[in-house]
Ligand binder design. Structure first.
Ligand code: ATP
Length: 337
């Protein structure tokens, strides 16, 4: 478990104070994949780098499995850092070393013996699917393959935590998907806690269990990914979510509507039921479906329907009440007269 307690990071540049992270408190559970999203400059990298003390917080405390890493001596911190792997957007591989040597280097640096280094390196190569590229140099690899080397190297010393700094931002969508699947399988297989920062909501939607949204150094919203997608509160969270899920109708489509426009989120299995057709059977209302989609947040469906209900006012009201009453986890989120 990672506990971030009231952490602030202030940089000094040219005599000016720049706030990187502001009073952030956060708990990341053991074995979860936790995503931190925000625009450029929001403080994501600063916060992530505080987690392994690549940046020393100006104030506050960070505990990993109960050990306050902000209070460790240099020697203790060096040992603790071995338990925290990190991967980067631009990979940072050693260009003069082969794939095998890049991974083995991390084990050598930790003082492992030759036999153990060989055994572990081969095991890691297999885990990331690079057995056949072991003698190639980074320049001969694709971006996805380079990131696989980065992941193998980060896992060399069996860390408890893997920090991912925009790990897929330099990759194309297909390669991104493959790397995310690899991270997900590593999380399941090894039970390792993964903290990733990204500006791409798709990444969060694909693999994160929980997430936090950062703005101006602060965490403005946090929670379970599915629930935040279904009920985002903050405008910035809504903006991020709308980059992967169409949540609103374009203004011109709303203009001139005579009926009541409602937006419904169907949560969980209910998304697959024929709720909307039942509505039209039971009430004297006509409906225009303006937008309808079922998204999958990992395995769980989230249905989004925007429709216009046309009919006598009282009947439309009854129809809306019927939807609200009948299904507990169905919500009318917007009514426009
Ligand atoms: N070494 C540094 N010295 C001075 N200011 C810094 C330093 N690192 C970050 N900052 C500042 O701290 C703030 C947060 O930056 P940070 O890089 O953590 O944000 P970010 O959300 O990761 O953005 P990006 O995705 O662009 O890296 C910014 O205003 C940035 O200019």
């Amino acid at each position: 478990m990672i506990e971030v307690r009231d952490v602030t990071k202030i940089y000094s540049a040219k005599g000016k104070d720049i706030v990187g992270v502001k009073n952030v408190s956060l708990t990341i559970e053991k074995g979860e994949i936790f995503g931190i999203v925000g625009y450029s400059g929001a403080g994501k990298s600063s916060l992530l780098r505080c987690l392994n003390l690549l940046e020393k917080p100006t104030s506050g405390e960070i505990l990993i499995d109960g050990v306050s890493i902000t209070k460790l001596s240099k020697k203790e911190l060096r040992e603790e850092r071995l338990k925290i792997g990190m991967i980067f957007q631009h990979f940072y591989l050693i260009s003069a070393k082969t794939v095998y040597e890049n991974i083995a280097f991390a084990l050598k640096a930790a003082g492992k013996k030759k036999d153990e280094i060989n055994h572990k390196t081969l095991e890691l190569l297999q885990m990331v699917g690079l057995e056949n590229q072991k003698d190639q140099y980074p320049a001969q690899l694709s971006g996805g393959q380079k990131q696989r080397v980065g992941i193998a190297r980060a896992l060399a010393n069996d860390p408890k935590v893997l920090l991912c700094d925009e790990a897929t931002s330099a990759l194309d969508p297909n390669t991104t998907k493959a790397i995310l699947l690899l991270l997900q399988s590593i999380n399941k297989k090894l039970g390792i806690t993964i903290v990733l920062i990204t500006h791409e909501m798709e990444v969060v939607k694909e693999i994160c269990h929980r997430m936090a949204v950062m703005q101006d150094g602060e965490i403005i919203e946090t929670g379970d990914v599915y629930n935040l997608f279904a009920h985002p509160e903050k405008e910035l969270t809504k903006t991020f979510i709308s980059s992967v899920i169409q949540m609103n109708l374009p203004e011109p489509l709303l203009k001139g509507r005579k009926g009541v426009v409602i937006k419904i989120h169907f949560k969980g299995a209910i998304a697959e039921e024929a709720v909307v057709s039942e509505l039209f059977q039971n009430f004297k209302v006509k409906g225009n479906i303006l937008h309808g989609k079922i998204e999958y947040i990992q395995e769980t469906p989230l249905g989004i329907f925007i429709m216009e209900l046309i009919g006598e006012e009282a009947e439309v009201k009854r129809a809306i009440a019927y939807i609200k009453d009948r299904i507990e986890n169905l919500e009318v989120v917007k009514q426009v007269a």
